[in-house]
Design a binder for this molecule. Structure first.
Ligand code: NAD
Length: 486
């Protein structure tokens, strides 16, 4: 990464804001660049540009023309694939393997999927009887919401930003997006791609900055935006809801989780151990879908714990650029301190550390970075904060259970309800237990197997609404009913 200044992108131009903040490498804690922060005035300009663009060429484009532009965005990401991968790795410290097989390919795929969907979307049509016998025809047309504020987190920066952007654009909206202050780079590259492929000025605007008293809050509290779509912490979701309440905006929220996995004694143990290791440690546990609570049938508890420990200790924790690296650092030293505070709390509460619990030592610049060890703990009561609160790090607690009912009740005993994983060879039990999970997404004998057409979202404090496939298009466009008297 060069140490260039990352700018805001407004009305088709890259512009500087009020001040600059540092972009810090989580690998070493060193500054790798600077980012221009948008103040209220710049956010106002971005929102005005988006409003104006709704009435410009974008608003008059056919669905086919819009879709063609979105295919070009996907092509543009792929044409600069290596740059995107390098930028994502520099900002997050995630491994080359993950950035090049998940984050960036999915970033491009999101544009293709929603361009395809919007081209083939159908609408409702009803024939209505009338007293004169001639009848009436009712049909609905989707209309974009207008200016959509897109607020994204740092864990899967391009993937989650485009997960919202692509359907919002496909539906004909104009956007003001704010990436996380921790991960500004791929969003800025995306603005360059949008510019180069000819997305009309003002259709996509990017503002950089923090949340409170910065670009995030200026944007979500803005009277002129028409909707907010947000992925991030549940607490931030409440703050955004409060600021949006004054002007009554539609909201789509994808929030935190404290996801459970249930391992029955009839599970294929090889698959269950490998799948659970993946679900706990992928991206250093920094995926909203990651498992932090594991419930294992007592008959296989000791074996499972021993085998998961072996998987955790086999992970290669190394430079993101090393093709064999399984796990990089956490996103920042601040987040590392948060995760380590839970490791400390677990120790104080008397947990048994099966493995991990500390920071790895490298004797090089990485010792100033945000690295922590993959960690497995047991022995805490279910009331422990370590079992109740989202840690968002490479850690899980494992609890034994005796009956199916008990496993269901333990898994559901959470304020969150995003995802769950069930491991069993008994497919009837798989269906039965899946149906009982208080979670928006349940995997049976797998984890994080995604079909982008399926509903994605959480219950309880894990979110409001569903995105994915038609669910996204339903949020980003509202149907207008037209009734014709025949
Ligand atoms: P965060 O809530 O701290 O920040 C997310 C975004 O919101 C950032 O861009 C931030 O600048 C902005 N923001 C913060 N305060 C704001 C405010 N008051 N007003 C407007 N914007 C504000 O989340 P994070 O730490 O970046 O991401 C991790 C969290 O995201 C975890 O809780 C994780 O579970 C959740 N997450 C959920 C999903 C999902 O699909 N459910 C996916 C990924 C991450």
């Amino acid at each position: 990464m060069t140490a260039k200044l990352l700018k805001n992108y407004i009305a088709g131009e890259f512009v500087s804001g009020c001040r600059e903040f540092r972009n810090i490498s989580p690998v070493s804690g060193k500054t790798i660049g600077h980012v221009s922060e948008a103040d209220q005035q710049l956010v106002d300009q971005a929102v005005s540009a988006a409003k104006k663009a709704l009435k410009g060429p974008w608003g008059n484009m056919s669905v086919q023309q819009r879709a063609e532009l979105l295919y070009k965005v996907a092509d543009g990401i792929e044409a600069r694939f290596d740059e995107f991968v390098a930028a994502e790795m520099a900002d997050t410290g995630k491994s080359l393997q993950q950035a090049s097989t998940i984050d960036i390919p999915r970033g491009a795929a999101n544009f293709r999927v929603f361009a395809d969907m919007v081209k083939t979307a159908s609408s409702e049509c009803f024939h209505t009887d009338t007293a004169d016998g001639k009848g009436a025809l009712n049909y609905s047309l989707p209309r974009p919401l207008g200016v959509v504020a897109v607020i994204a987190p740092w864990n899967l920066p391009l993937l989650l930003l485009t997960w919202k952007l692509a359907p919002a654009l496909a539906a004909g909206n104009c956007i003001v997006a704010k990436p996380s202050e921790e991960t500004p780079s791929t969003a800025t590259l995306l603005a360059e791609v949008m510019h180069d492929v000819g997305i009309p000025p003002g259709v996509f605007n990017l503002v950089h900055g923090y949340g409170p008293n910065s670009a995030g809050e200026f944007l979500t509290g803005h009277q002129q935006i028409d909707a907010i779509t947000f992925t991030g912490e549940s607490r931030t979701g409440s703050a955004i809801m409060r600021s949006a309440a004054e002007h009554v905006k539609p909201l789509s929220f994808e929030l935190g989780g404290k996801n459970a996995a249930i391992i029955f004694d009839d599970a294929d143990l090889d698959e269950a151990v490998a799948g659970t290791a993946r679900s706990v440690f992928t991206n250093g546990g920094q995926v909203c879908l990651c498992t932090e609570r594991v419930y294992v049938h007592r008959a296989i508890f000791d074996t499972f714990v021993k085998r998961l420990k072996a998987e955790a200790e086999r992970l290669k924790i190394s430079w993101p650029t090393d093709p064999d690296t399984d796990m990089g650092p956490l996103i920042s030293n601040e987040h590392k301190n948060k995760v380590l505070s839970y490791y400390r709390l677990a120790r104080e509460e008397g947990a048994t550390f099966v493995t991990g619990g500390d920071v790895p030592r490298f004797d090089d610049e990485r010792d100033q970075g945000a690295w922590v060890e993959p960690t497995i703990i047991t022995g805490l009561p279910e009331s422990s904060r370590c079992i109740k609160e989202e840690i968002f790090g490479p850690i899980c607690h494992i609890t034994p259970f005796d009956t199916e009912e008990q496993a269901i009740s333990l898994a559901n005993d959470s304020r969150y309800g995003l995802a769950a994983a069930i491991w069993t060879r008994d497919i009837s039990r798989g269906h039965r237990v899946a149906k009982e999970m208080d979670a928006g997404m349940v995997w049976v004998n797998t984890w994080y197997l995604r079909d982008l057409r399926t509903p994605f979202g959480g219950v309880k404090m894990s979110g409001i609404g569903r995105e994915g496939g038609q669910h996204s298009l339903n949020f980003y466009a509202e149907p207008s009913n037209i009734c014709i008297k025949l």
